[in-house]
Design a protein around this ligand. Structure first.
Ligand code: EPZ
Length: 418
């Protein structure tokens, strides 16, 4: 596994262009399975999770071409309905392909995705929704077999506004007979992006961005070209990298509306933010002020920003409180920050962070994507050399992270794994 070597303590200054959204790309790439034609996607980030998703498409028979941030997918000759086990284990969110495969072919086979560092990550809401659509679900030996003669639209209420379940059920309902209504649906911007993409293909989806989404079944879909929305979590990450280094940066290719909770918390902590249509300038204070956050489904504070923002709070003036309401185990990063001198105590879903003057540089280990990003934020602050191991977790979700940071005045190098 490879490592970041960060020579920290430098103010970040300059301009950074935010890449396309990982979490919008994944369901939209799955959606390209539906039309049985060619789909062109732009602003796709060049990251590991995308590479895995494209690998799955190729293995089921799609032709895939990739040039920089552009990919072309031809789904006219799909020959398999099974999501390969090995790739499913590598990336649990590939379960999102199931909705598209069963939606088009009325059958799909995939393995239980398995949990990950941040929680058990069950898929009961996905499977219960599939059953309501008339899809038979057989579970044997860790595999799930979906099959049906037809998919019939119906009303599905989600016990929890699950992002993945909402996306999977939309994909499975595009060709259903009649109308599907999803209530208590997730309202994340990535779901709005999926709706815009599907409707451009000729689907009939409405309500994304609200908690009631309606999908009227159609008979077929057309070829389409589509540009993916910017990555709101990458944007929030760079805001925090600037916030902890007393920096002054400008983010380009962002949608400020997508990260209002993060913007408002950074303002509360003493940062000045200037918003334009697709730009955000942030000026950080010498020292951040403590704040309290609780993660909530959109439009609340995003769970994906919890660890990253928490890293900023380790050196804020005063004591901060974090409540993590979405995942049951999203504080793995705290132990590594404590090794850097942070004062954090975890009580179940709550983290109490007593701000210290400075973190000190040392060697730490990343164990998940956003926890790893939190260690980068901390390493940018600590004077001296911080080594972050297992950066493959971070490379899953951040395109050219080291290059973008170095263009802002940081000193980050990659030491390839032994
Ligand atoms: C998506 O994951 C994102 N991933 C996650 O981002 C993000 O943290 C999460 O939504 C919440 O915003 C992608 O979009 C690829 P959920 P997802 O279903 O769909 C429980 C990142 O860092 N649940 O909304 O898996 C679940 O256990 C990743 O980019 C069930 O109980 O999240 C969790 O506690 C990490 N049963 C809660 O709901 C189910 O069937 C939220 O999960 C499904 C979910």
């Amino acid at each position: 596994m490879s490592s970041y070597i960060i020579n920290g303590g430098k103010k970040l200054e300059g301009i950074v262009k935010i890449s396309g959204s990982k979490n919008a790309s994944l369901p939209i790439i799955a959606g390209a399975i539906l039309n049985g034609k060619t789909t062109k996607l732009y602003n796709i980030p060049n990251i590991h999770d995308i590479q895995i998703t494209l690998e799955i498409l190729k293995l089921i028979g799609c032709k895939v071409k990739k040039k920089n941030d552009k990919i072309t997918i031809d789904s006219s000759n799909i020959i398999s309905y099974e999501i390969p086990y090995a790739l499913m284990r590598q990336m649990r969110s590939s379960v999102i392909m199931a909705g598209a495969i069963v939606g088009r072919f009325k059958k799909a086979v995939f393995s239980y995705p398995g949990g990950c560092e941040i929680g058990a990550r069950p898929i009961d809401l996905h499977l219960n929704g599939f059953r309501k659509l008339g899809i038979n679900i057989e579970e044997e030996g860790g595999f799930i077999k979906c099959s049906c003669d037809k998919i019939v639209g119906t009303e599905i209420h989600l016990d929890f506004p699950s992002v993945g379940a909402t996306e999977n059920l939309i994909l499975a309902s595009v060709f259903a007979q009649g109308e599907t209504i999803i209530t208590n649906a997730a309202m994340e911007p990535e779901i709005v992006d999926l709706q815009n993409f599907l409707n451009l293909m000729g689907a009939k989806v409405e309500g994304a961005g609200t908690n009631v989404i309606r999908i009227k079944g159609v008979k077929n879909l057309k070829e389409v070209s589509y540009k993916i929305m910017p990555d709101r979590i990458e944007a929030g990450t760079f805001l925090c990298c600037c916030g902890i280094t007393n920096g002054n940066i400008v983010l380009e290719n962002v949608v400020p509306d997508h990260i209002v909770p993060v913007i408002s918390k950074l303002e509360e902590s003493g940062c000045k933010l200037y918003l334009q249509k697709d730009k955000i300038e942030i000026k950080a204070p010498k020292r951040l002020l403590c704040t309290e956050i609780k993660t909530m489904p959109y439009p609340g504070f995003p769970t994906d920003m919890q660890s990253i923002y928490g890293a900023c709070m380790t050196v804020a003036k005063g004591t901060s409180i974090i409540i993590e309401n979405i995942f049951e185990n999203r504080y793995k990063y705290a132990g590594e920050l404590i090794r850097m001198g942070a004062k954090i105590s975890i009580e179940g879903r709550m983290a109490v962070i007593k701000g210290v003057r400075r973190l000190h540089a040392t060697e730490v280990y990343s164990s998940d994507l956003r926890g790893g990003a939190a260690l980068v934020v901390a390493g940018l602050h600590a004077k001296g050399i911080t080594r972050i191991n297992n950066i493959e977790y971070i490379l899953r979700g951040y395109e050219n992270f080291d290059k973008k940071l170095n263009n802002l005045g940081a000193e980050v190098t990659i030491k390839e794994g032994e």
